[in-house]
Design a protein around this ligand. Structure first.
Ligand SMILES: C[S@@+](CC[C@H](N)C(=O)[O-])C[C@H]1O[C@@H](n2cnc3c(N)ncnc32)[C@H](O)[C@@H]1O
Length: 244
């Protein structure tokens, strides 16, 4: 299931270049998320801010801003976004890059998603896109000041999720920060605890793992002591912040 890593990196200032290298699609994406990310029509359907917001029950901006609030207002040094997202999350990260001394790297395993992201972003030599699997990042140890995982883990089978978290921990510097935003088990009083379960079970088969277990249990042991967790929207969403 894990992909051999191929870093097809493109700076955003070369818009004419296509993201090269055929890259194999992880089996779980092909099987369960072809309609959302893999199929050529997927981007055309889903790349709408209002739709991303509707899928998150109207919480897109709240969750995006809550994640960004964990980082400095100006993103000096190196920032890593692990996996593209529909909507304007990456644009918001870009606006926080300083003119000098700050770069953003975005990885995704699907070239179609990186192509879409490139179309959304302003041309900049401070932003680089990489065709890369989150479970086998082609970056050096301790090479990033901060890492963001926005609604990625719930899409991944357990072994990929564990590898993704280990990679995020590996590439962040001591003192650096990892921010994770994803689903969690809603409170008993939240009707979505009952109504949303069958939807997730049908469409996103690994998502309910995040209802059953704490993300901390999939972290490498040294990372577990560094966890801060917050929830919102009746517990349906969680933010995990780790400082290495
Ligand atoms: C991060 S999630 C974002 C979902 C969320 N609904 C949104 O768009 O805001 C979706 C992305 O994760 C990517 N992805 C899934 N598994 C991956 C992996 N193992 N490595 C890198 N990217 C992955 C998919 O290709 C897709 O572009």
């Amino acid at each position: 299931m894990l992909q051999k890593n191929q870093d097809a990196c493109l700076p955003l200032q070369s818009p004419a270049a296509a993201i090269p290298l055929a890259h194999s699609v992880p089996a779980y994406l092909d099987t369960y998320y072809w309609w959302a990310y893999v199929h050529p029509q997927a981007v055309r359907v889903f790349e709408r801010q209002w739709l991303a917001n509707a899928i998150l029950w109207g919480n897109y901006a709240r969750l995006r801003d809550s994640a960004l609030a964990e980082f400095d207002a100006t993103l000096k040094g190196r920032t890593l976004q692990v996996a593209c997202a529909y909507g304007d999350l990456t644009n918001r990260l870009c606006t926080r890059l300083p003119e000098r001394g700050g770069t953003l790297d975005v990885v995704d395993v699907l070239p179609i998603q990186l192509d879409n992201l490139r179309r959304k972003l302003p041309a900049s030599d401070r932003v680089r896109l990489h065709t890369m699997d989150s479970s086998a990042l082609g970056f050096a140890d301790a090479s990033f000041d901060r890492v963001l995982l926005f609604f990625l883990l719930h899409e991944q089978p357990r072994e990929v999720r564990i590898a993704t978290l280990a990679e995020a921990w590996r590439v962040v510097k001591p003192g650096g920060r990892i921010v994770i935003v994803d689903y969690a088990l809603p409170d008993r009083a939240n009707p979505l605890r009952y109504l949303f379960r069958p939807v997730l079970a049908a469409l996103e088969p690994f998502a309910l793992d995040l209802w059953k277990s704490e993300i901390a249990q999939w972290l490498p042991p040294p990372a577990r002591a560094a966890v801060r967790k917050e929830t919102c929207f009746g517990g349906l969403y969680q933010k995990i912040v780790l400082t290495r």
